[in-house]
Unconditional design. Structure first.
Length: 91
């Protein structure tokens, strides 16, 4: 579908602030210790293996997704809002 809009659907980067999650997605040796993880969570591992996405670590302070999921102080909120390219519009 992306190709129809002229977007190259090549490998995408998924930024994650959880080093354990990144490690599990890249390291098949840990399988015996990750059996408790539900099958739907292994979907990300398969995407990484198939080179559809890659996971990269990002510091928690710079995790843009947090603006939608966490309670932030004013400074952190304003930083992430700016990072997203959003601005305050006057009434």
């Amino acid at each position: 579908m992306l190709e129809e809009y002229g977007v190259n659907p090549g490998m995408r980067t998924l930024y994650c602030d959880n080093m354990s999650a990144i490690s599990i997605s890249k390291n098949l040796v840990q399988h015996s210790r990750t059996k408790h993880i539900k099958i739907r969570h292994h979907f990300i591992r398969e995407l990484v293996e198939d080179k559809i996405i890659r996971l990269e670590h990002v510091n928690t302070e710079k995790q843009v997704a947090d603006i939608f999921t966490k309670r932030l102080d004013v400074n952190q909120f304003e930083y992430l809002r700016t990072t997203l390219g959003l601005c305050v519009m006057d009434k």
